[in-house]
Design a protein around this ligand. Structure first.
Ligand SMILES: Cc1ncc(C[n+]2csc(CCOP(=O)(O)OP(=O)(O)O)c2C)c(N)n1
Ligand SMILES: [Mg+2]
Length: 351
């Protein structure tokens, strides 16, 4: 079987950066120059600060409904986005704010959607879990666990039909990986050699159930075995490992070889959603991940060590990012709610 096992958490130390891509114990690490490190740092920090602010606004009552934060998982979407090309699509579940920011959707638009205002990316009618941008090739934001996997497979079908050379990236969690439609989708994608990259964001927990309690096969990179879909296990806390694996996976799907699975070994620091007291894991476990494997701290340490940035440079980036987030939060609180007449729009496609 073509399954290839690579990195596993805990995250490995940086591999040698002599060549463009180096195989370290099990996993490829992309070489990042100063520009790439700074870009990764800034984009991951934007997601982190955005999510912290969303958490605050939720606590203050500005955000209703569900809200699932992406804090801890930032390297996954940022590393992937650094590899994808224009027109490649992303589709995911409800933990979607990071994907949208990485795809270039505006912080104002995402935040205003969270507060249900008319300037939101779904005009204030979708909320945290249901945002889209055809322009940025982001297809949601889905509340039904696993539902996006079938839709993402359909995006891959459309790419193949149109011969546009693009791949669709369908993200889902370790919990969603046990859903039946995932395997129906795998079958079709493999049969028709669709350009789909399936991304399992294995953050070790579903709502409150650990992977070991819920899954018979905990190596999610092997979940395509019955369909001859190859899989790669990736250190999802290291943005360079994510970039290297995505280069490989996207090339596989783009070149007509069919779908591929990437299992991102990652971790969420916050509760499943804002209403989760997280009694199923210890504070020490979370603290250990934060202090030893944080994706942003890893980049920060390399930037300082290589003298590619000073503490002041990094503070300036942080200030910039905080300004963007503060502006988005101000906008999201000041903007008006949608008109009641909007209840009847965007429901049926006008022919
Ligand atoms: C079809 C369906 N079943 C159950 C739920 C309730 N639910 C929401 S999230 C979730 C857990 C999913 O965990 P995972 O796939 O690991 O994603 P994560 O939240 O860790 O990102 C469940 C059971 C749902 N939204 N949809
Ligand atoms: Mg999970």
């Amino acid at each position: 079987m073509a399954t290839r096992k690579t990195a596993a958490l805990p995250a490995r130390k940086a591999a040698s950066t002599k060549s463009q891509k180096t195989e370290s114990k099990g996993g490829a690490i992309a070489e990042f120059d100063r520009g790439a490190e700074l870009k990764a740092y800034r984009e991951m920090l934007l997601i982190r600060r955005f999510e912290e602010k969303a958490g605050q606004l939720y606590g203050m009552g500005f955000i209703g409904g569900f809200c699932h934060l992406y804090i801890g998982q930032e390297a996954v979407v940022v590393g992937m986005q650094m590899s994808l090309i224009e027109g490649d699509q992303m589709i995911t579940g409800y933990r979607d704010h990071g994907h949208m920011l990485a795809m270039g959707m505006s912080a104002r638009g995402v935040m205003a959607e969270l507060t249900g205002r008319r300037g939101g990316l779904s005009k204030g009618k979708g909320g945290s879990m249901h945002m889209f941008s055809k322009e940025k090739h982001f297809y949601g934001g889905h509340g039904i666990v696993g539902g996006q996997v079938s839709l993402g497979t359909g995006l891959g079908f459309a790419n193949a039909y149109r011969g546009n050379g693009n791949v669709s990236c369908a993200f889902f969690g370790d919990g969603a990986a046990n859903q039946g439609q995932v395997y129906e989708s795998f079958n079709m994608a493999a049969l028709w050699k669709l350009p789909v990259v399936y991304v399992v964001e294995n953050n070790r927990y579903a709502m409150g159930t650990s992977v070991n309690r819920a899954s018979a096969q905990t190596d999610f990179s092997q979940r395509g075995a019955s369909f001859n879909i190859p899989g790669i296990q990736v250190d999802g806390m290291d943005v360079r490992a994510v970039k290297a694996a995505t280069d490989e996976a996207a090339e596989h799907a783009r070149s007509g070889k069919g779908p591929i699975i990437m299992e991102m070994l990652t971790y969420r620091y916050r509760g499943h959603s804002m209403s989760d007291p997280a009694k199923y894991r210890s504070k020490d476990e979370v603290q250990k991940m934060r202090s030893e494997h944080d994706p942003i701290e890893q980049v920060r340490a390399r930037l300082l060590e290589k003298k590619w940035a000073t503490e002041d440079d990094l503070k300036a980036i942080d200030k910039d990012v905080r300004d963007i987030v503060a502006d988005a939060a101000d906008f999201a609180q000041a903007d008006r709610e949608p008109d009641a007449s909007e209840l009847y729009t965007d429901i049926l496609l006008e022919a």
